[in-house]
Design a protein around this ligand. Structure first.
Ligand SMILES: Nc1ncnc2c1ncn2[C@@H]1O[C@H](COP(=O)(O)OP(=O)(O)OP(=O)(O)O)[C@@H](O)[C@H]1O
Ligand SMILES: [Mg+2]
Length: 402
């Protein structure tokens, strides 16, 4: 029997807060997030029935162990889960290997569903683009390529059981931050809005967003951004685990300007978590939401406002980052006033908002204020309607495709 050949593209942002994925298949692109909390199931553990068939849980075999991801981890093993840590490079962490397995399992299932074929009848060849912090991309980009190419078969247990091999034709590794800049400066025109058809609802309860990826789409500079093609730009990407700095000259990375610091949003989260615990005797389940809204819920309806704690924590993390930025700019030997524009990307650029009002400024504010002191006429590279946390994957998609 001849297999049906399928070429697919995969763009992956292994974020410390979540893994963002864009799967390109025929005339569509499928955008989804994967939780990066995993648990190795204890030997002999019987997976409770509700988790066996739920799309919110995934269990697969990897290196002789049963690995779980999703709802079962959050509900049954909240204390024993593995998650990424900025203390180690992404390429060095088991969680990254788990994520690679998980993402191919998810992608293969989407491919089978969308091509309306049995997985066994498909011969899938992936072209992959992944992001790494700028320093790690330079030192361990090769290792990332190996890591992805080494997994060539996945072994899914729940919610569907299958073993499937596939091929990875090529892997490119690009730096976070630089990708975000591409995501801000360029865009794709002619993309049809598919949200009305809501094709996404067909897939896994709608948590996959289906985008147009037709042949007639045009890659172009966002009008007004042409001026950024020339000269120096400073990119600051404040994520969950790392803050990445880079200088770009004439739209190309200045190789010696890559800098990654392991100080970012997670430090804010952890500091606020401790303070909330001692002040209110509370351990919020969703700390990210607590930071985003600067509030925590106690019991049924008592809401504590915590903007003071949140702002304090952001401030002390921002002060550390500012110190790094001072050293960074001195080291680069580029006069700040020679820099035409700057981009602040990542969740660290988002303020905390409650009931439509900003109650705590973004972590990055001190950094941008400092740069403005040194270079009052520097421009902010506009980010259009792409959310700050999506800029990296958007730019990586452009670099993958064009
Ligand atoms: N609206 C918001 N207000 C305040 N903080 C936010 C907001 N949204 C996200 N964050 C914080 O931003 C961080 C996540 O940012 P982002 O998604 O860019 O990180 P990441 O890409 O997953 O991590 P990394 O790039 O370090 O691997 C988290 O620490 C989160 O608490
Ligand atoms: Mg990031």
């Amino acid at each position: 029997m001849t297999l049906n050949k399928v070429n697919a593209g995969l763009v992956v942002d292994f974020g410390n807060s979540a893994t963002r994925v864009l799967l390109l298949l025929n005339k569509r692109a499928y955008r989804f997030n994967l939780s990066n909390r995993f648990a190795m199931l204890p030997t002999g553990y019987d997976v409770p029935l509700p988790y066996q068939s739920s799309e919110k849980t995934a269990i697969f075999n990897y290196s002789g162990e049963r690995i779980a991801n999703g709802a079962i981890v959050e509900r049954e093993f909240p204390q024993q889960s593995d998650r990424p840590s900025a203390m180690h490079d992404k390429t060095e962490q088991l969680v990254t290997s788990y994520t690679v397995n998980r993402l191919f399992i998810r992608s293969l299932r989407i491919i089978a569903e969308m091509t309306q074929k049995q997985l066994a009848d498909l011969d899938v060849d992936f072209k992959v683009t992944v992001l790494l912090p700028p320093e790690e991309q330079e030192s361990k980009g090769g290792k990332m390529i190996e890591l992805i190419k080494n997994v060539s078969e996945v072994d899914s247990v729940y919610p569907t059981t299958f073993k499937k091999g596939y091929r990875v034709g090529s892997v490119s590794v690009i730096p976070e931050g630089l990708a975000a800049l591409f995501g801000a400066i360029y865009h794709e025109t002619g993309r049809a809005d598919l949200s009305a058809h809501n094709e996404g609802k067909l897939l896994d309860n709608g948590d996959v967003i289906v985008r147009d990826n037709a042949d007639n789409l045009q890659f172009a500079t966002v009008p007004g951004n042409e001026r950024f093609h020339e000269g120096y730009l400073l990119v600051i990407d404040v994520g969950a685990g790392t803050a990445d700095f880079a200088l770009v000259l004439d739209m190309e990375l200045v190789e010696g300007s890559r800098a990654t610091y392991n100080v970012a949003g997670n430090n804010v989260t952890n500091a606020v978590k401790m303070k909330v615990k001692s002040k209110f005797k509370l351990e919020p389940r969703n700390m990210e939401e607590a930071i985003r809204t600067a509030s925590v819920l106690e019991g049924d309806a008592t809401v504590h406002h915590i903007e003071d704690l949140v702002t304090d924590a952001k401030r002390s993390v921002a002060l550390r980052l500012k110190q790094y930025l001072v050293e960074y700019l001195e080291l680069q030997g580029v006069a700040p006033r020679n820099i035409r524009g700057m981009l602040v990307a990542g969740g660290g650029g988002e303020p905390s908002i409650r009931e439509g009002e900003v109650v705590s400024p973004p972590l990055s504010l001190l950094l941008t204020e400092y740069i403005k002191e040194l270079a009052p006429n520097i421009a902010n590279v506009p980010t259009g309607d792409v959310p700050l946390r999506e800029l990296n994957i958007e730019g990586a998609y452009f670099l993958h495709k064009y």
